[in-house]
Design a binder for this molecule. Sequence first.
Ligand code: ATP
Length: 234
Amino acid sequence: MLQLEDVHASYGNVHALRGISLRVEKDSVVSLLGANGAGKSTVLKALSGLLRPKSGSIVFGGERIDRSKPEHIVRRGIVMVPEGRQVFPELTVRENLMLGAYSRGDRAQIKQDYEGVLETFPILKVKAKNFAGTLSGGQQQMLAIGRGLMARPKLLLLDEPSLGLAPIIVQEIFSVIRDISKRGTTILLVEQNANMALDVSDYAYVLETGQISGQGNSQQMRENDEVRRAYLGG
Ligand code: ATP
C-alpha cells in the first residue's frame, strides 16, 4: 500500500532522514520506534506532504506522492493525527470531529461516520457539546484520533498517541488502535512506548539518526537483544 524508497529530507542543514526505505502492507499495523530526534516524526511529515523530501520516492496506492500537496494526500486517504493532540480548545467536541470531515461532501456518510466515532469513543458522546479545552489529556487524544477517522483514512498516521498519558489511558488508546485496525484501516504508528507498540504491530522499524537500523515482526523485535536493551527496558 505504501512504499518509501531511499527518502532523504532536511530542515535547513539538519539532514533528518538519510535514506529511509520502508513498506506498509494494506490492513497491517506498522510501528516506527526510536529515540528522541531519530526522525520518526519527520517520516510522518514527509508522508503527509508537510516536508518535501530532497530525494527518494514515496508511493501510495500505486501513485507517487512525494511531490504532492498535503490536501491532495489527505484526499488520497493518508491522514495524520499529530503529536500533542492539537484539538481546537474553543470548539466543541462535535465541531472538532466535524472538522475532520472538511474535505468530504458525502453528508449522509459523514453523519454515519460521526455516529461510528462516538461508538468507538463513548466518552466523546457524553462530551459532544463540551469545549474540547475542558477534556482531560486522554480524552483529547481520543478526540484527535476520532477527528482523524472522520476523514475516512485508508492509512492513519499516529504520532506518539500515548505521550504523557496515564498507563490506564494508554491501555485504552491501544485497545482502540487495535479496533480501528480490525475494522480495515491501515496504521503507521510512531511510539516511544515500544512494548505497547509491538503488542499491536505486525511489523516494526527502528530509526536511528535518520536511518533504519533494524526491522522485523513483533516477535523478532522482542527477541533482538539490541532492541530489548534500547527500547524494551532490558
Ligand atoms: P521526537 O520523538 O523527539 O519527535 P523523532 O524521532 O520524531 O523524535 P524528529 O522530530 O523527526 O525526531 O527529528 C529528527 C531530527 O530533525 C532531529 O535532529 C531534530 O532536532 C530535527 N528537527 C525536527 N524538526 C525540526 C525543525 N522544524 N527544524 C529543524 N530541525 C528539526
